[in-house]
Ligand binder design. Structure first.
Ligand SMILES: NC(=O)c1ccc[n+]([C@@H]2O[C@H](COP(=O)([O-])OP(=O)(O)OC[C@H]3O[C@@H](n4cnc5c(N)ncnc54)[C@H](O)[C@@H]3O)[C@@H](O)[C@H]2O)c1
Length: 252
């Protein structure tokens, strides 16, 4: 059975990715800093007929990554997909951000993708045609007030994706990035979930598709990018934002 590791899959986008991969016959290692949530996702997968295990991983802590790889090694012997999804919002400005906050943000939102990749390569390289998918953000291109240094970390992921694609060419591992726009998950302000909320009404005017994103929109793209149908797509970035980034001013 082909295997996949998804970081930060106890919630939101990662949870949807893990569930969709399990439905598509992957054995999924559901990893998260919140082990309880990861275990709940595994239970959901098993109750739907899939196969998965939960592992504690803090992507900013290399030891926990090594432990996850060694404890799950027999299950992940046929690892063909790593999805670097875990991330956290940081809301501060260049003026207010402390050096410690800067380091912490980069450690989770950029360096974590590198660390999990590094320790997954020994497994992935046994399976030519394997895939790595890095979850970035549309903040990598244009951002908004108080998204420092999250936006820098997310931009770094795109550059790192291209380097990884080149460096891993001899193992025939493809590496691509996804930039989600506004996706309704717990990371987002809860008022964005209420269609009657004035802020929701304002934001929706910038979305040509007439809705915000769902975690499943990203999960569907992961399935495509890791499939044979995408075998000539490498080192690339897929923006999934319902057309939001095409617009400068609101539609009406
Ligand atoms: N929701 C959006 O609108 C949106 C937009 C663009 C990009 N993203 C990115 O998508 C990814 C998933 O976000 P989400 O919206 O599903 O958020 P979420 O908060 O629902 O899920 C993030 C998961 O990552 C886990 N996590 C946090 N820090 C971790 C760490 N150090 N190690 C391991 N796991 C950790 C959390 O426990 C949580 O389960 C993130 O990288 C985020 O930056 C989200």
């Amino acid at each position: 059975m082909k295997a996949a590791i998804v970081t930060g899959s106890g919630s939101g986008i990662g949870r949807a990715i893990a569930k969709s991969l399990a439905k598509n016959n992957y054995f999924v290692t559901v990893t998260d800093i919140n082990l309880q949530n990861a275990k709940e996702v595994v239970q959901e997968i098993i109750s739907e007929g899939g196969e998965a295990i939960a592992e504690y991983v803090d992507i900013s802590n290399e030891e926990t990554i090594k432990n996850m790889i060694s404890s799950s090694i027999s299950k992940n012997r046929n690892l063909v997909l790593l999805v670097n999804n875990a991330g956290v919002n940081f809301t501060t400005t260049v003026e207010d951000c402390t050096p410690e906050e800067f380091d912490n943000c980069i450690a989770i939102n950029l360096k974590g993708h590198y660390l999990v990749t590094k320790h997954s390569i020994p497994l992935l390289k046994n399976n030519p045609g394997s895939n790595i998918i890095n979850i970035s953000s549309t903040h990598a291109f244009r951002t908004q007030p108080r998204y420092f240094p999250y936006s820098a970390a997310k931009a770094g992921i795109l550059s790192m994706t291209r380097s990884m694609a080149i460096d891993l060419r001899n193992y025939l591992i493809r590496v691509n990035a996804i930039c989600p726009g506004l996706i309704q998950t717990p990371i987002m302000n809860s008022s964005l979930f209420e269609e009657t909320d004035p802020y929701y009404q304002k934001v929706i005017k910038y979305h040509p598709v007439g809705r915000l994103g769902k975690p499943e929109d990203i999960a569907n793209a992961v399935l495509f990018l890791s499939s044979e149908n995408a075998s000539f797509i490498n080192g690339e970035t897929l923006v999934i934002d319902g057309g939001r980034s095409c617009i400068t001013y609101e539609l009406d």
